[in-house]
Design a binder for this molecule. Structure first.
Ligand SMILES: Cc1cc2nc3c(=O)[nH]c(=O)nc-3n(C[C@H](O)[C@H](O)[C@H](O)COP(=O)(O)O)c2cc1C
Length: 169
C-alpha cells in the first residue's frame, strides 16, 4: 500500500515523500516587502517536506495589500528569496513560489490612495473603504506599537491590520 513516505512525481518535480507544505502567509518581510533572514531559517527547517509551496508572493505593488508580506518585483526582493531557495536546496528540499495578485481587496492605503485593479467587475463581499482619517489612525498606531514593543508583538499588530483593512462588517 502507498504510504505518506513514498515518493511521488509532481510534474517535473520528484518529491521523495507525499508531505506537502501548504502556502502560509507569515508577514515576516520588511515594510518594503523584502524577505528577511528569519524566513530563510523558517523554510530551511522545513526542507524535508516532499514539496514546499511558498507563502503567497506579490507580483507588484498594485497587487499586494498585505503588510509585511513579500514581493518578487524588485531586485532586493529577488535576492532575499534567492537566499531562501538556496537554503532549502542546500538542505535537500524543493520549493515552488505561489504568486499573488490580491486584486480588488488591496486597500487604497497601499496604493497612495489609488483604486485597486481587479479582474472582477464587482465589489468584494463585506468590503468598505476606510476613511482617510481611520487609515491615518491605524498607521499611526501601528508605528507606535512597532517602536515601543519588541518583535514578538509585531504579529498581533499585523493580524489587526488584516482584519481592519480587509474585513470591515
Ligand atoms: C496564517 C495562514 C496563512 C495562509 N496563507 C496562505 C497563502 O499565502 N496562500 C494560500 O493559498 N493559502 C494560505 N493559507 C491557507 C492554507 O494554505 C491552507 O490551505 C488552509 O489553512 C487549509 O485549511 P483550511 O481550509 O481548513 O483553513 C493560509 C492559512 C493560514 C492559517
Amino acid at each position: 500500500m502507498t504510504s505518506l513516505f513514498d515518493p511521488i512525481q509532481l510534474g517535473t518535480i520528484k518529491a521523495p515523500n507525499r508531505i506537502l507544505m501548504a502556502p502560509m502567509t507569515r508577514a515576516r518581510g520588511t515594510r518594503g516587502h523584502i524577505p528577511t533572514p528569519i524566513m530563510v531559517d523558517y523554510y530551511a527547517q522545513r526542507a524535508s517536506a516532499g514539496l514546499i509551496i511558498s507563502e503567497a508572493i506579490g507580483i507588484n505593488q498594485l497587487g499586494l495589500g498585505w503588510p509585511y508580506a513579500t514581493g518578487l518585483w524588485m531586485q532586493e526582493q529577488i535576492a532575499g528569496w534567492r537566499k531562501v531557495t538556496d537554503a532549502v536546496h542546500e538542505n535537500g528540499g524543493r520549493i515552488i513560489a505561489q504568486l499573488w495578485q490580491m486584486g480588488r481587496v488591496v486597500h487604497s492605503s497601499f496604493l497612495d490612495g489609488g483604486q485597486p485593479v481587479s479582474a472582477s467587475a464587482t465589489t468584494a463581499p463585506n468590503m468598505r473603504s476606510l476613511s482617510p482619517f481611520f487609515s491615518f489612525c491605524y498607521f499611526a498606531l501601528e508605528r507606535f506599537y512597532r517602536s515601543v514593543f519588541n518583535s514578538k508583538f509585531q504579529e498581533t499588530s499585523v493580524c489587526c491590520a488584516v482584519r481592519i483593512a480587509v474585513i470591515m462588517p
